[in-house]
Design a protein around this ligand. Sequence first.
Ligand SMILES: Nc1ncnc2c1ncn2[C@@H]1O[C@H](COP(=O)(O)OP(=O)(O)OP(=O)(O)O)[C@@H](O)[C@H]1O
Ligand SMILES: [Mg+2]
Length: 217
Amino acid sequence: MPRFLRAGAEGCSRGAQPEPCGGGEGVPRCTVGVTPGGRLVAVKVHRVGRTSFRGTRRVRVYVADKRHTSWLYQSRLAARSEFEALNILWKAGVAVPEPLDWNRHVVVTGYVEGVELSEVPELEDPKGVLDRVLVEVEKAFKAGVVHGDLSEYNVLVTEGEGVVLIDWPQWFSSTHPQAELYLRRDVENVASFFRRKYGVEVDPEALAEEFLRRVRG
Ligand SMILES: Nc1ncnc2c1ncn2[C@@H]1O[C@H](COP(=O)(O)OP(=O)(O)OP(=O)(O)O)[C@@H](O)[C@H]1O
Ligand SMILES: [Mg+2]
């Protein structure tokens, strides 16, 4: 197992008690647990309005009804929205965690053995990893889903430099009037990261333009 994956695995205890896995400051957002059947799962507790924003502005499209703005209500909508996206994506064969259940503001997915792209110290084939991300983004779009907050923080790199796209509560339908805008931003975000960190020779804007032309068909 590559060193960075071992480090990631150490960060998530496999004991019976859920332990933090990845994510924000203070209250852990995601914990790893074990089902009675012995399966490792990721348990994500949504806390809308109490999160760290990490630079990318999040567009909370699921809060349409202004009368219900309690954080628990919003967080419940976020959990439901994420679970809905994951179901569509998983069925379409997009590389996302397997959706298992949701309740109130909590979503349970299959645990992915991987490390956030932002934390990976080195990659053997950065261009290949970027291409793999873009293949999944394209599959998602064709399945009807645009991520809307894609960045190096929401891609897990697995053994063999595979990718899994996570963190979908803010997703947009591919038919949403702004879908192309968000799709363009998602593609530019990841491409810029690969250019900045790994020196991949890519023009993010041109790449996004070409990507959009292709997926529009
Ligand atoms: N299915 C999973 N398997 C393994 N790790 C996961 C899984 N889902 C989430 N994580 C870990 O938890 C972190 C936070 O999850 P996610 O990106 O979905 O939430 P977030 O809203 O960005 O939370 P935060 O703001 O705390 O980072 C991820 O970056 C990843 O390290
Ligand atoms: Mg995230």
